[in-house]
Design a protein around this ligand. Structure first.
Ligand SMILES: CCCCC/C=C\C/C=C\C=C\CC(=O)SCCNC(=O)CCNC(=O)[C@H](O)C(C)(C)COP(=O)(O)OP(=O)(O)OC[C@H]1O[C@@H](n2cnc3c(N)ncnc32)[C@H](O)[C@@H]1OP(=O)(O)O
Length: 289
């Protein structure tokens, strides 16, 4: 029931329960963009991103992430959750540019509501969450990892992490900014966010956007070791502490969710922003060629 109600909130176009379930089931049947492996004995689940080519956070991917998160939260045997990419090289390329370019306002609103829902759920997740960053991690990918309790990054200078929105000509929403400030502090955020900086591992560690950098072949074992350390703390004490620390930031978005959607839709629909996104997409294609 809870799953259906979450799905209905995320899929407002669907008119009935049957339609909601049919749509979610169809999405699931089509593909699994998220793979969950659970080690019941250890009480740890690993959620792997599998959305080729670059794990962009499409509407379908975001919806699957939310549904899987809710399932895991309801599974009382799972106390810890690790996020990683199934294919090393790209952790996540961030929000799906094709959900923000050339679509209609209703689509933008539906997409943004789903992205908000994912952030709200992740930031308040009662499980211990660890991001195993085994690839590039720009923008929305960085946001996902910053919602986690701890970030371990593979020491590969090709991988970078940061909120690079300004480099695309877009403005990171206030709750992206809040999450960054909570992670690296105010002054570092002023520099990082305005310049849209993407940090390679050593710099990422120095600025504090990741907590640990380890050789690439040790990134998963390092994440498991961190998880074991965090799981040694009694759940109720850790969960209440996490909720206390994060509540003001969460409340800030909850208070103005609808206004934030309106602002996103009006911002992203502007001709100048659409033009900028088009040029950025072309640049990505040319870089490839
Ligand atoms: C004042 C009011 C404020 C209101 C707020 C309003 C708005 C703010 C809104 C938005 C916030 C957005 C946050 C985001 O997350 S935006 C996304 C930012 N992401 C990026 O900049 C990453 C771009 N990608 C890359 O740099 C590289 O792809 C990457 C390093 C991840 C991987 O490189 P690789 O060489 O392996 O792969 P490519 O050849 O570059 O890409 C393959 C393929 O994938 C396409 N693609 C890449 N990234 C995305 C993406 N994020 N979404 C959709 N598609 C993506 C790329 O175009 C290639 O496509 P094709 O050529 O094969 O068709």
């Amino acid at each position: 029931m809870a799953l259906a109600s979450r799905a209905r909130a995320l899929l407002p176009g669907a008119r009935s329960w049957g339609a909601v379930l049919a749509r979610v089931t169809a999405q699931r049947a089509m593909s699994h963009r998220v793979v969950v492996e659970t080690d019941a004995a250890a009480g740890v689940a690993v959620m792997k991103f599998r959305n080729p080519p670059v794990n962009s956070l499409s509407l379908e991917m975001v919806t699957e992430l939310v549904i899987n998160l809710e399932k895991l939260e309801n599974d009382k045997t799972v106390r810890g959750l690790i996020f990683t990419s199934e294919s090393p090289g790209v952790f996540s390329s961030g929000l799906n540019l094709l959900d923000m370019y050339g679509r209609n306002p209703a689509h933008y609103a539906e997409y943004w509501k789903a992205v908000q829902e994912l952030w709200l759920r992740l930031y308040q997740c009662p499980m211990v969450t660890v991001a195993t960053i085994n690839g590039a991690c720009p923008a929305g990918g960085c946001l996902i990892s910053m919602t986690c309790d701890y970030r371990v990054m593979a020491d590969n200078p090709k991988y970078t992490i940061g909120l690079n929105e300004t480099q695309l000509g877009i403005v990171a929403p206030f709750w992206f900014k809040d999450t960054l400030v909570n992670t690296i502090g105010y002054r570092a955020s002023e520099i990082s966010l305005q310049l849209g900086l993407l940090y390679p591992p050593a710099e990422a560690l120095r600025v504090g956007i990741v907590d640990k950098v380890v050789p690439e072949d040790q990134v998963h074992s390092a994440a498991l070791a961190v998880m074991a350390q965090w799981l040694a703390i009694p759940d109720h004490a850790r969960q209440l502490t996490k909720a206390m620390l994060r509540k003001p930031t969460v409340d800030n978005l909850v208070r103005q969710r609808d206004a934030d959607i309106q602002q996103f839709v009006s911002f992203i629909s502007r001709d100048s922003i659409q033009k900028g996104l088009q040029m950025y997409l072309q640049m990505l294609k040319q870089k490839k060629a």
